[in-house]
Design a protein around this ligand. Structure first.
Ligand code: SF4
Length: 437
């Protein structure tokens, strides 16, 4: 493996960055898929070379936390041997393509985008010119699945209009108005030329598509793109209806397109698993499913191809393992960043506060979706959640509610409150048992 790892503050598989609890190693998973053997490798390497704490990210990737000093090379070698790395070192950062975790299985999908996804990942890895894209530059390919995240903004998105056509959007989500329509067979060429055009036009400061679009209107960008393509970009439909978005993170048993099989979805408690849990999940995926764990953008897991008759037994096993398999569990609606326990920027211990808030919600019956952020960088959530708690002291948070009018976290509702006060506020303002999206 070549050693040309770029400097960046973002963790990668080959670039382990420090945190208060040790190094962080980020493993990018194609389509969020982890084979059971790979899961075992990660879990055992995390026990041997790190703290054993694993973090599921909101882009369906996985992080190993607490990497011990002097163990970095051993960890990297173990991961590379399990085929978890890029083909060349310089390609590690650019493997950013988000799919639905239910791709190929979801009965509502309009198109099976897996073949195209594979081509796009090859394009990103095998085109050296693209390796200079920002580690945060990300693509989404939306096949129209019901189990999909359509609220995380991406630099470039493609969404299936039907089984033959894709719609293109930039710097946003598949719920936005698309800019153009193409035949699915043209998508690879379109993405290649669009990314190269972006790199031709962007200044060194313009690392993301939205920054370029602040200077060059999308219509002009499309004209320039058209000049590089040997097929016409078709006008986007006026009334685009993306597949319905999920109101809350999924958990439980979901129907599958293939007869007599189903998908079982679970959430990891505040996005974290212990290595022992991952080892057990690998076992469950082989026993009940197809030997794959699919990581979700809700920081959870999906096991597919589970015989319907076995689904309830799998649910029981997941419950015994301590992962969340019920949508009624308040922790499923809570997202918390690393917080002051392991991040030098953190003002408050947001993970512990989230656990405390979940206890309060279990008692009072409110089921809000809340993001606890220990500083304004907002690492833990790629989208604005219905409610945000932003730490303003070690024991106090500002409470925001998402609105269409206000930017950032939304409207400031309460300037300072403790977690006990937050719990009481939700009990007062949300009807018990009424999920708030
Ligand atoms: S949001 Fe701030 S405190 Fe939380 S993990 Fe990110 S940088 Fe650290």
């Amino acid at each position: 493996m070549p050693t040309s790892v770029r400097p960046s503050a973002c963790p990668g598989l080959l670039r382990i960055v420090p945190a208060l609890d040790g190094g962080i190693c980020r493993v990018k998973l194609p389509g969020g898929v982890l084979r059971s053997a790979q899961a075992r490798t990660i879990a055992e390497a995390a026990q041997r070379c790190a703290s054993g704490v694993l973090e599921l990210t909101n882009r369906s990737n996985l992080q190993i936390r607490g990497v011990l000093p002097g163990q970095e090379s051993a960890l990297i070698d173990a991961l590379l041997a399990a085929n978890l790395g890029p083909r060349v070192a310089a390609a590690d950062d650019v493997r950013n393509l988000m799919l639905s975790p239910a791709v190929g299985l979801d009965p509502q999908a309009r198109m099976d985008v897996r073949p195209l996804a594979s081509q796009l990942l090859d394009l990103l890895q095998d085109t050296p010119a693209l390796h200079v894209l920002s580690p945060k530059f990300a693509l989404q390919l939306d096949g129209g699945e019901a189990l999909a995240m359509r609220e995380h903004p991406h630099d470039l998105w493609l969404a299936a209009e039907d089984d033959q056509h894709l719609l293109l959007g930039l710097a946003g989500c598949p719920t936005d108005a698309p800019l153009a329509r193409i035949a699915a067979a043209q998508a690879l060429e379109l993405v290649r030329e669009l990314l190269l055009l972006f790199l031709d036009l962007a200044t060194p400061e313009q690392r993301r598509m939205r920054q370029l679009l602040a200077q060059i209107p999308a219509s002009e960008l499309l004209q320039r793109l058209q000049a590089r393509l040997d097929f016409p970009l078709q006008p986007a439909p006026r009334h685009w209806q993306p597949s319905a978005a999920l109101v809350r993170p999924p958990a439980g048993i979901y129907p599958q397109a293939q007869p007599d099989l189903c998908m079982v979805v679970a959430g990891a408690q505040l996005g974290r698993l212990q290595a022992e849990q991952l080892l057990a999940l690998a076992e469950l995926s082989e026993h009940y499913g197809d030997g794959e764990l699919r990581l979700t953008p809700w920081q959870g897991l999906l096991l597919g191809n589970v015989p319907v008759n076995n689904a309830q037994a799998l649910m029981t096993a997941l419950s015994e393992l301590g992962v969340i398999n019920q949508t009624a569990e308040p922790l499923l609606g809570l997202v918390a960043c690393t917080g002051s326990a392991a991040c030098a920027r953190g003002l408050a211990d947001s993970k512990q506060h989230a656990l405390h808030l979940a206890e309060l919600l279990r008692t009072n019956g409110a089921r809000p979706q809340v993001h606890l952020s220990a500083c304004p960088r907002s690492c833990a959530s790629a989208r604005v959640q219905p409610y945000t708690l932003l730490a303003c002291s070690p024991e106090h948070y500002q409470l925001y509610r998402r609105t269409t009018e206000a930017t950032g976290f939304g409207q400031l509702l309460v300037p300072s409150m403790t977690i006990d006060e937050v719990g009481a506020w939700f009990a007062d303002h949300l009807r018990a048992g009424q999920p708030d999206a």
